[in-house]
Write a protein that binds this ligand. Sequence first.
Ligand code: SF4
Ligand SMILES: [Zn+2]
Length: 264
Amino acid sequence: MLQIQESNDEELVLKLWVGQSFVTALRHVIHGEVETMAIEDIVFEKNESQESNEFLSHHISNIVLSCTNIDSFIYKKQCACDNYCQHCSALFHLNVQNEQKSNVTIYSRHLKALNKTVYVTHMDTPLFTLKPGARVDATLIARKGCGDIHAKWRPATVVGFRRDLKVQLHPSITAEQFQSVAKGCPTKVFEDIEDIQSSKCIYCQRCIKQAQDMQLPDLVTIQDVPDYWIFNLESTGSMLPSQIFLAALRIMENRLIKMSEVLT
Ligand code: SF4
Ligand SMILES: [Zn+2]
């Protein structure tokens, strides 16, 4: 069973009814195997910034890229070309010169994409500073990869899961006791006595401690719901969180299909 609790451009929160091994595998596949594009090589024609080629290469290669057709690219090691081609790579040019009288900052938006299907996700990432008259001219080569190769290909910043919990109040709780328990809850589980929001519970145990301090340890009980998980995923911006989740499921499905083919 799957229930969507939150889904937007940055975050996906789901309630999943699966075994722990499944959510563990899902997290591993998202971090390590879902494919994205990232800058892998940079060829400098000119670098008059105050940073070395190595420093700039490392910094720029962490820029998040989005790609609308990741399946149409092949890995560099599978390609017959010597360095790059349209099958394994997408190019960007960075050709900037400071014509002002003071220093200027160069941002990720200054990268010019030569392939319309691969583009910079966040336009306002500062890259470096140029002194008056200084110039940088470079070709950036983006390639397909996944997090198992290097973290810069990871599509998600956060992939987590926790047990779903059932928070219950003793039926005889008074309004005053309820207020005492509710005021310490950091995630607003007790906003409405008639509608306890158990899925928001992070098991900080403050309500339990409060009940114990009131000499009423049975006032609040919190129990695991077996095999129910709250699964959350935050994207780097390279893909929608829902796309990342579906891509991971497809990878797992394909692996199971291959295993069943071997066994039959
Ligand atoms: S354990 Fe913490 S988060 Fe959960 S209901 Fe109690 S106070 Fe709120
Ligand atoms: Zn190639």
